[in-house]
Design a protein around this ligand. Structure first.
Ligand SMILES: CC(=O)N[C@H]1[C@@H](OP(=O)(O)OP(=O)(O)OC[C@H]2O[C@@H](n3ccc(=O)[nH]c3=O)[C@H](O)[C@@H]2O)O[C@H](CO)[C@H](O)[C@@H]1O
Ligand SMILES: [Mn+2]
Length: 379
């Protein structure tokens, strides 16, 4: 049978049942590719149908054989959710913005002109009004493996109070113990989706495994169910609004430990050239945490997969980056700048005193006994 794939999607197309070895065939498409004709010789159980992305798609090819099927991709990047027009309804009441007043104790813009978000740099009323019109479906990917299931209740209950309230949110909980996922009262439009994964013997395996399991699950499901994705640590509790001001194509959070007076040469970047996460002395913008990061679904997919493949390369070369996926994340974000940088309000820690420039802790890592909670103990 000849089938025609019509798509403007520039990345992988997986065609189940085509390859004899794996049951999957991946094809690369460039932006210029409009269609692919495949002879597969046999029928394939199911495909997703959608409208072509292109306003003027090529005419359908009907005259090849009676067995020809037109197969179109389900999701087209052009149709994907994006922050586009910043529309707001008439009549909204909010304080007049000023060109003179604002935060003066902190910098609220990066040197590549991206917003650096602190309390006092946005008006929640305006932000919510604008983003509610765009109404993204937000996925939150969290892992609760081994004893970390104990953190689910605090995370989810506080998330319902403070995290993107009134937005559509699905918490994807990756766990080896589904029984311990607590029943939480969820707001309207909010869901929990459990993804079962194997247990681990080393915590390093879990933190790096996050990149692998997230990659696989985005490909399989999340891509069809969400527009926006956050990766978060589970050992955290929300304390104040964590809202739509955090959304952008790629948003990263300053690590609370290194945001103020730390010279870049002492950032805990990976410094061994043998690792794929290597950053030489003399380079660097900020040190970002891997415990909260987010972005458009496809941008996050690319980055999660990058961390996964880079750490796989490292493991082939018998090296593990000093801060696992956080090291790979920092390497990527140095050369692919985030479109928003979030202050450490977007991940503080109960271990640390709150300085004057942190006006509001939005989410904070809880105190935990590392040796007790991790399968192989240790800091
Ligand atoms: C604030 C910060 O920068 N956090 C980073 C730091 O976290 P932490 O020292 O806070 O690491 P962690 O113990 O919270 O592990 C990260 C996350 O992995 C999951 N988990 C881990 C172990 C386990 O047995 N079961 C389990 O489910 C869980 O979601 C946890 O929150 O270092 C980690 C690995 O280098 C990650 O880069 C974290 O993002
Ligand atoms: Mn943590």
């Amino acid at each position: 049978m000849i089938r025609r794939l019509l798509s403007c999607r520039p990345d992988r197309l997986v065609i189940p049942g085509v390859s004899t070895e794996t049951g999957e065939t991946a094809l690369s498409l460039s932006n210029h590719d409009r269609a692919i004709y495949i002879y597969s010789g046999h029928d394939v159980a199911s495909f997703s149908f959608c409208q072509p992305c292109d306003a003027n798609p090529e005419p359908e090819v009907n005259d090849l054989t009676h067995a020809l099927k037109v197969v179109e991709m389900k999701e087209c990047p052009n149709n994907k959710w994006k922050i586009t027009e910043l529309k707001m309804q008439n009549g909204l009441k909010y304080a007049q913005p000023s060109t003179q007043q604002g935060r003066t104790d902190v910098n609220s813009v990066t040197n590549w002109n991206a917003p650096l978000v602190w309390e006092g740099t946005f008006d929640p009323v305006v932000i919510d009004a604008i983003y509610k019109i765009m109404d993204p479906r937000v996925a939150v990917v969290v892992f609760a493996v081994g004893k970390y299931t104990r953190f689910l209740k605090g995370f989810l209950e506080s998330g319902e109070k403070y995290f993107l309230v009134d937005f559509r949110v699905t918490y994807y909980i990756f766990t080896d113990n589904e029984q311990e996922v607590p029943k939480i009262q969820l707001g309207k439009g909010r869901k929990i989706s459990v993804v079962n994964i194997p247990s681990a013997t080393r915590w390093q395996e879990v933190v790096l495994g996050r990149m692998k399991w997230a990659t696989i699950t985005i490909e399989k499901r999340i891509r069809d169910e969400a527009d926006y994705l956050f990766m978060m640590d589970i050992d955290s509790v929300f304390h104040n609004r964590f809202g739509a001001e955090s959304l952008s194509r790629l948003s990263a959070v300053l690590h609370r430990g290194y945001y103020k007076n730390t010279k870049r040469d002492v950032f805990p970047y990976e410094r061994r050239p043998k690792s794929k996460a290597y950053i030489p002395i003399g380079e660097g913008d900020y040190y970002y945490t891997a415990a909260v990061w987010g972005g458009y679904l496809e941008d996050m997919y690319k980055l999660v997969k990058y961390c996964y493949t880079q750490s796989e390369e490292d493991s082939k070369n018998n090296i593990e980056a000093v801060w696992q996926e956080e090291s790979h994340l920092n390497k990527y974000l140095l050369y692919n700048k985030p479109t928003k940088v979030l202050s450490p309000e977007y991940l503080w820690s109960d271990y640390d005193k709150i300085p004057a420039d942190i006006k509001l802790v939005r989410i904070s890592q809880v105190v935990k006994n590392y040796a007790e909670v991790r399968p192989n103990g240790g800091q």
